[in-house]
Design a protein around this ligand. Structure first.
Ligand code: MN
Ligand code: MN
Length: 468
């Protein structure tokens, strides 16, 4: 053996996905990503993602668990929580006490929510007040087309679902920004203060009604349009949930179309690949399960976040419908023998900002599925640090299936940090590891992923479901 060969045998280096995939795999990758872009365009809110997931699940033979009194091996079921979570399972042939294989992703993304009393008039323009959701760089949300999505109840209790700004024939909305000519003071501010939260107001109208009886004539005109088109009044906003998101569609990026640029890829890239993963599973040994959760971007709290009892209640329901009963001991055994891939995005090394990454332990776009043994901040705070045993087990499953993967932490140790749902699943006494797709421009209105990584994420989930 030459020294070169010996060095290669003894050392580790990651490789670009394109170095080792076949033409057939490349084709599969491209068609998967075509479908992924459609998923992104149809699911711009957690509610829309759940709706889309139900549609896809039904097409793949899944049915609502609420309609079933008992379950058997091979059954495919889903359960919905408050229109914002979906749990899916393909029942395995082994005793459920051997545990389930779970993949969890989140379907909420950073955005602007309308405040409860949003509409006002200023300088003959009508505007909507917003409150941002999740970690955004506020300056990125001005001067671009925005769409409005959500639900609003009329006084009579009729639920109106809004989606304005997605069709080419729809109008869009926007937040205006200051012209550079007059931005001397603004440009001297810190980036965190250049655009203030209370300046993120959406332009919604400017055509006053001719009347002497009403002072706010533009607001009056907007209210009239809202009433005529949707039957809603200003009071109805008090109970509404309305989200403002970028109005543009997902696009291929680059001359070679190797990337996807779109809003909301954190974490819909993992939600989509998780769905495609579980749809590819038939008659597994262990029960395969997937959960898409809400509220991750604001801490996973609440009855639709990962900290909700929804997951535990659904597993208990599944055990009961399979075996006729679910004791605490049985439930605990199932959970202790289960494993979870917390599927969430990682930070890809950005050629424009290399200095925030420690490149030996960073993720690179195009280098495959990224496993993150731990996330968190500073001294691994708020991290669930997966065990060596479990990281080995998952790594081996991926290797045996020819999946290209890499490991990473979020960035340099002292540079910042972040969390995922992993810690909350781990607290249930389950083995969990974070894994997913490296992203550029994370949390921006136009996040970028490499198609090869999207494909490898999908391949990872299929391998996990079939081989653990
Ligand atoms: Mn995420
Ligand atoms: Mn995020």
């Amino acid at each position: 053996m030459s020294d070169k060969e010996l060095f290669e045998k003894l050392s580790y280096s990651r490789k670009n996905v394109y170095e080792s995939i076949s033409d057939a795999e490349k084709e599969e990758m491209i068609s998967l990503c075509d479908e992924y872009r459609e998923f992104l365009d149809e699911g711009k809110t957690e509610r829309e993602c759940v709706e889309k997931a139900i549609k896809m699940a039904k097409m793949h033979g899944f049915s609502d668990i609420d309609e079933k009194t008992d379950l058997k091996a091979g059954d495919k079921v889903y359960k919905i929580n408050r229109n914002k979570n979906i749990f899916l399972a393909v029942i395995g042939s082994e005793d459920i006490k051997n545990g389930i294989n779970l993949v969890g992703a989140h379907i909420d993304s950073p955005r602007l929510d309308l405040k409860q009393n949003p509409l006002y008039e200023s300088n003959d323009m009508a505007l909507l007040k917003t409150h941002y959701y999740g970690g955004i760089k506020k300056y990125q949300w001005t001067a671009m087309p925005l769409s409005i999505h959500g639900v609003i109840f009329t006084k009579d209790g009729e639920k109106v679902t809004l989606s304005i700004g997605e069709n080419d024939s729809d109008p869009v909305f926007c937040i205006t920004d200051l012209l550079p000519h007059l931005a001397k003071d603004q440009m001297a501010k810190k980036m965190t203060e250049g655009i203030e939260g209370e300046s993120l107001n959406i332009l919604i109208g400017g055509m006053p009604i001719k009347t002497e009886d009403v002072k706010e004539k533009v607001k009056f005109a907007v209210l009239k349009l809202l009433y005529d088109r949707y039957g809603i009044t200003e009071r109805d906003f008090l109970s509404a949930e309305i989200e403002v998101v970028p109005a543009f569609k997902a696009r291929n990026v680059g001359l070679d179309e190797s990337f996807i640029g779109a809003y909301g890829q954190d974490d819909r890239v993992c939600a989509f690949t998780t769905l495609k993963g579980i749809f590819a599973v038939n008659n597994p040994k262990k029960t395969a399960a997937a959960i898409l959760v809400d509220k991750e971007e604001i801490g996973s709290m609440g009855n639709t976040g990962m900290l909700s009892a929804f997951f535990e209640m659904t597993v208990a329901e599944m055990i009961e419908k399979l075996t006729g009963t679910c004791s605490v001991t049985t439930y605990n055994t199932v959970i202790a023998n289960s494993a979870c891939l917390s599927s969430d995005v990682g930070a890809a090394v950005d050629p424009n900002y290399e200095s925030v990454s420690e490149k030996r332990n960073a993720a690179f776009a195009g280098y495959g599925m990224v496993l993150m043994k731990y996330t968190g901040a500073r001294g691994k705070s708020d991290s669930s640090d997966a065990s060596a045993e479990f990281v080995y087990e998952i790594g081996k499953i991926l290797d045996d299936d020819g999946v290209i993967w890499q490991t990473s932490e979020l960035g340099k140790v002292d540079q910042g940090g972040g969390g995922t749902i992993a810690q909350y699943v781990a607290n249930l006494n389950m083995d969990v590891i974070d894994c997913g797709v490296p992203v550029l421009s994370m949390h921006s209105p136009f996040e970028v992923t490499a198609k090869s990584d999207v494909y490898m994420a999908y391949r990872s989930y299929v391998a996990f479901y079939n081989n653990r």
